[in-house]
Design a protein around this ligand. Structure first.
Ligand SMILES: Nc1ncnc2c1ncn2[C@@H]1O[C@H](COP(=O)(O)OP(=O)(O)OP(=O)(O)O)[C@@H](O)[C@H]1O
Ligand SMILES: [Mg+2]
Length: 282
């Protein structure tokens, strides 16, 4: 069963979208083949897919870091042109945080690294300082501000990398596996930081292998598999056993449990947590 979306039309009402993009690399040209994805303002989008399916490639295309060979990336319906000036403007609105913080962080000290982006924008110093302090606070790392990056744990470095993107005050934050490698407390802190960011008006997109996390967090899901992407509201995608299996993904635990019990899942108010499931079964 294939789930190909062949539309070349921009996704309606999307603040950021990919429209019919083809993308790949020399010697590996067809990682994504006619893929369309839309990021709606204020709606959480999770990208799911197996290792090597193309999640990072798709995020890099959306961020402007990787140029599709065909199709377009659009912001508020306007196609992004891959020229230095336009890409700079694009990156002010759309920030990508890489999977590995060590690919992102290059300053010696935390505050210095988080300041780098806003300083490059040529903002006045008090504005840079205010943005940096706010980003550190949002990520819960104010106490680390004067520490050397090399002294930090992996989870702390991940939060510093996100703080650097947050300090740019983007409309859309693209996070490539923000919770990978974090312990449960680290994941909780990361998700709380994302809630705080959203409360400030940033739209968050994240790639993850964690289907249960996606189920508990996302409004919409885009599954990357076999060079294609299928995007829809959470319940439609994550209860589609054929689609999930074709992407080598398991069904989230509440879906598995309720299926076994022969229970329907409410599309509008899906049971996201153990408490939700318990309430349903009571
Ligand atoms: N710089 C590159 N040059 C050549 N091929 C690449 C490059 N980067 C990625 N690829 C290939 O593109 C495909 C998609 O890779 P991508 O990193 O987008 O997958 P992913 O879904 O993010 O995987 P993961 O879950 O492991 O992070 C893979 O087959 C990979 O080998
Ligand atoms: Mg990846």
């Amino acid at each position: 069963m294939t789930h190909r979306i062949e539309s070349h039309e921009p996704v309606p009402y999307a603040v950021l979208s990919a429209s019919g993009i083809h993308a790949g690399y020399p010697g590996h040209p067809d990682v994504l083949d006619c893929v369309s994805v839309g990021v709606t303002r204020g709606r959480r989008l999770a990208l799911l897919g197996a290792n090597g399916s193309g999640k990072t490639t798709l995020l890099r295309c959306l961020s402007g870091a990787h140029r599709p060979t065909r199709g377009e990336i659009l912001v508020d319906g306007v196609a992004v042109r891959h020229r230095a000036k336009d890409l700079n403007a694009h990156r002010q609105r759309v920030q990508l945080v890489l999977q590995d913080p060590d690919d992102q962080l290059f300053s010696a000290q935390v505050r210095e690294d988080v300041s780098f982006g806003p300083m490059n924008l040529g903002l006045p110093e008090p504005e840079v300082r205010a943005r940096v302090e706010q980003a550190l606070e949002l990520l819960g790392i104010t106490a680390l501000a004067d520490r050397g990056i090399h002294q930090l744990s992996y989870g702390q470095r991940k939060r510093v990398a996100i703080a650097g993107a947050v300090a740019m005050r983007p409309d859309v934050l693209l996070l490539d596996e923000p919770t990978a490698g974090l312990d449960p407390r680290g994941i909780g802190a990361m998700m709380a930081a994302l809630d705080a960011l959203e409360a400030q008006g940033t739209t968050v997109v994240m790639s993850t292998h964690d289907v249960d996390l996606a189920w508990s967090w996302a409004d919409e899901v885009a599954v990357v598999a076999d060079r294609f992407v299928r995007q829809d509201v959470l319940v439609k995608v994550m209860t589609d056993e054929g689609l999930m299996r074709s992407a080598h993904l398991a069904l989230p635990w509440p879906v598995q449990l309720l299926r076994r019990l022969g229970r329907e899942i409410d599309v509008t108010f899906p049971p996201r947590t153990a408490a939700d499931v318990a309430a349903l079964l009571r």
